[in-house]
Design a protein around this ligand. Structure first.
Ligand code: URA
Length: 214
């Protein structure tokens, strides 16, 4: 996706001083029926410049393949377009020396709001039939903090979504109604293997919905 230069510059200005690395554009066909909305790129994605190209991506590819979907069917983006990282001093047990690490972290609410105009732009441009937030960050970016993935995954919702209002400098409900299908972020299975078949079921259902859209 080519975002308007002004939008990207405004985000960069607002995020000055935040611990964020790089920039990864959303990717996929302009006429994609599905738009996947993750959380933020991780270390791998910032290096490869491909969304979901790390460990979570492998998991996602497996579910897509089982549902007979490919990345050509979907546009992939996330709530935040840079890698949020924290700074941690850690003892290297082998060398006995302190090392500084920069692990991925969940974006803050302020970061999600700052990047919101970019996601709004993508949704407007692509006009996907179904928005698929993966995980709580993507879901709450669209629907607010009362919505959780554990309560709403696998449900087809028809609701207004949150969009950035420049005059209010916050997210406000859209006038239009969107179709939203929340599912878990692939990384969720790394913490809870039992979710795997539930998530696969979500993807199989999504695949059947897209066939109806064709
Ligand atoms: N998580 C995301 O939300 N996006 C990626 O590209 C990778 C991990």
């Amino acid at each position: 996706m080519d975002y308007p230069k002004k939008l990207v510059e405004t985000v960069a200005k607002k995020m000055k001083g935040h611990h964020l690395e790089g920039f990864l554009s959303g990717q996929g066909p302009k006429n994609a029926a599905l738009m996947l909305i993750g959380e933020a790129p991780g270390e791998t994605e910032i290096k490869t410049k491909i969304p979901f190209s790390g460990r979570s991506g492998e998991k996602l590819n497996g579910w897509l393949a089982q549902a007979a979907l490919t990345r050509e069917d979907i546009y992939i983006t996330s709530a935040v377009r840079s890698r949020p990282f924290s700074i941690k001093e850690q003892l290297n047990k082998k060398t006995g020396l302190l090392e500084t690490k920069y692990p991925n972290r969940t974006p803050t609410k302020a970061e999600v709001v700052a990047y919101a105009p970019l996601l709004d732009y993508e949704i407007n441009k692509i006009q996907p039939k179904i928005l698929v937030p993966m995980g709580n960050t993507g879901l709450q970016r669209l629907l607010g903090s009362k919505f959780t993935i554990s309560a709403y995954h696998g449900q087809l919702l028809h609701l207004p979504i949150l969009k950035y209002s420049k005059s209010k400098n916050q997210l406000i409900k859209s006038a239009n109604i969107y179709t939203i299908f929340p599912t878990y972020h692939p990384a969720a299975v790394f913490y809870n293997q039992k979710l795997d078949p539930l998530i696969q079921k979500d993807w199989t259902f999504l695949a059947s919905l897209i066939k109806q859209c064709d």
